[in-house]
Design a protein. Sequence first.
Length: 103
Amino acid sequence: MDNKVNYKKLYSDFLMAHYPEKLEENSKLLSKKKIISLDIIEFDKLISKKKDLKENNRFKSYDKESICRIIEYQRKNGLNNSQLAKHFNLSRNTITRWKKNFL
């Protein structure tokens, strides 16, 4: 039995119910074939009214594909761990741990 969450359905229903005006601007995100954790975080930023995301940071989780994309972003843009952490609102220690575990 597959217990994965259907994020496309979840977010499209949420937008239809609460923010129908934002449905068009989020159509690119919802039209993706596979939604990864980075997409979910991006979607949350788009619809969230909260400016302070520090509280929500504790509940973020990343899949291996998202971690690899973040590290690849660092390589492509020549960022150090501090710059990457600031860009993605992460801890430098988290990035160091990811590099140690996934590279």
